[in-house]
Ligand binder design. Structure first.
Ligand SMILES: Nc1ncnc2c1ncn2[C@@H]1O[C@H](COP(=O)(O)OP(=O)(O)O)[C@@H](O)[C@H]1O
Ligand SMILES: [Mg+2]
Length: 453
């Protein structure tokens, strides 16, 4: 449910701007938290520095007072020098305190003036003591220094310092609280963004995986379909080839039986006419003419029958039929056709396939190869019968055969319909080798079953 609604959102065009806005907000929060904590930490450091400096100011004032008392008591110059040194150190240290407190509170909501006033008064009092001692009024100086007033002044001054620092610390605590708030928001925002990123990534990965799975399923389905269709087409093509051969055989037989019978009857009739008494010479001459035409008709019929179905194959066997084919080609082309045939074990259909393969190859040699030599071989090795026609002619690019040329394709269909393999090896200038392997003694039943199916 949640996933589907997320997916729905993910598909809208607002998703990218939303992601960018979230990223910008997160960066802004992180940045402000960083700046905030930085300034708070800096302020913390400054505050503790200010405390130290304040303590030092008080310390130097105490030193100055002690030195002043010593001078009053002893009248020695080195005590006076100590006093002057402590006073000048006080002046420089209090400047530092003022600067630090100014950094902490540039708007001067915290008043330092009280403290400064106290320090000034304290220093003025000390000056008064020392001046009295310098002018030889030691007794007066002693009296002033022993009074309770100076201790009280010191305590008040310390108190003023504490107040200023406490106020600053208070201001800091408020900032620290807001710092924790900022850090909390920052933390929540970061966690949210990380969770969102993981969610988006998971969704994306899932989509990728789904896509891959669908693609591979589709690929498998298409491959199976292609394989199925290819097999169907191959079977259909094989069926057509055999059906065509059957039809040719039937026509050849019919021509032989019917037309042959007619021709024979006509020849007998002519012979009988010749034997009839007192046939005029002109009629005999006409009869001879008719007989000659009849013989021509018989020759035409033979040629047609031979073209339709090589009778040599049925009458003389494969090797002799191939021999005749090769001799005819050699005579027709005027080139050497070398043959090397050894007996093979094949059924009639496979023999016809080999015969047609050699026939088509030799036709191609005569049409395209411009070869000087052709070698035709037939042999059986184990369960395979191999036939090859090799010429040393022009050759061709086997991948670039144009559409509409069906000789080589027909060969392949025939060979594959016997579960055989056909290879055509050729390249421009390299001659051509047509080579087929057929299983020996292909079962007769399967062949005729395919044809009838
Ligand atoms: N022995 C060969 N030598 C050179 N080219 C050939 C040879 N056999 C075939 N070819 C080339 O292959 C093409 C296809 O041959 P094929 O399938 O028998 O069709 P077709 O004979 O109708 O042209 C031919 O057009 C020719 O270019
Ligand atoms: Mg051809």
């Amino acid at each position: 449910m949640i996933q589907s609604s997320i997916e729905r959102v993910a598909r809208t065009r607002y998703v990218m701007p939303i992601i960018v806005a979230l990223a910008v907000i997160t960066i802004a929060i992180t940045e402000s938290a960083y700046q905030h904590s930085r300034s708070t930490l800096t302020q913390g450091v400054v505050l503790s520095d200010a405390r130290l400096e304040a303590a030092r100011t008080l310390q130097t004032l105490t030193d100055a007072e002690n030195a002043a008392r010593a001078y009053i008591a002893s009248g020695r110059q080195d005590d006076l020098a100590n006093y002057r040194e402590a006073i000048s150190e006080t002046q420089s240290v209090r400047k530092g305190v003022a600067q630090l407190l100014d950094v902490l509170d540039p708007y001067r909501t915290l008043s330092l003036s009280n403290v400064n006033q106290r320090i000034d008064t304290h220093i003025a009092t000390l000056e008064e003591w020392v001046r009295a001692a310098e002018q030889g009024r030691s007794a007066q100086a002693q009296t002033m220094a022993n009074g309770n007033q100076s201790r009280e002044r010191y305590a008040t001054m310390r108190q003023e310092f504490e107040t200023v620092l406490a106020r600053t610390a208070q201001a800091q605590r408020t900032t620290r609280v807001s710092l924790f708030d900022a850090m909390l928001i920052n933390r929540v925002a970061l966690h949210g963004l990380v969770v969102l990123a993981v969610l988006v990534l998971a969704l994306f990965m899932r989509k990728l995986r789904d896509g891959d799975r669908r693609e591979s399923e589709e690929h498998g389905r298409l491959s199976a379909q292609v394989a199925l269709r290819t097999t169907a087409l191959r079977n259909l093509a094989g069926h057509h080839v055999h059906a065509r051969e059957d039809e040719r055989g039937r026509v050849a037989r019919e021509l032989h039986d019917e037309l042959g019978g007619l021709f024979t009857a006509m020849k007998l009739e002519i012979a009988r006419l010749r034997r009839v008494a007192d046939v005029p010479d002109t009629a005999l001459q006409r009869l001879s003419g008719i007989e000659q035409r009849l013989n021509e008709g018989i020759a035409v019929k033979r040629r047609i029958i031979e073209n339709l179905r090589p009778s040599s194959l049925d009458q003389l066997g494969l090797i002799s039929a191939l021999d005749m084919l090769c001799q005819e080609a050699a005579a027709g082309l005027g080139i050497a056709v070398h043959t090397e045939f050894t007996p093979v074990d094949l059924d009639k259909d496979a023999e016809l396939t080999i015969y047609r393969l050699v026939q088509e190859s030799l036709t191609n040699v005569s049409k395209y190869a411009k070869a000087k030599e052709v070698r035709v071989e037939l042999a059986q090795t184990g369960p395979w019968v191999r036939v090859s026609v090799h010429d040393n002619g022009l050759g061709f690019d086997t991948d670039a055969v144009q559409a509409g040329h069906h000789g080589l394709l027909g060969m392949r269909v025939r060979v594959e319909s016997h579960s055989g393999k056909l290879e055509i090896i050729s390249a421009p200038g390299m001659g051509t080798r047509v080579e087929a392997e057929l299983p020996a003694q292909a079962p007769e039943v399967a062949g005729s079953a395919e044809r009838n199916g």
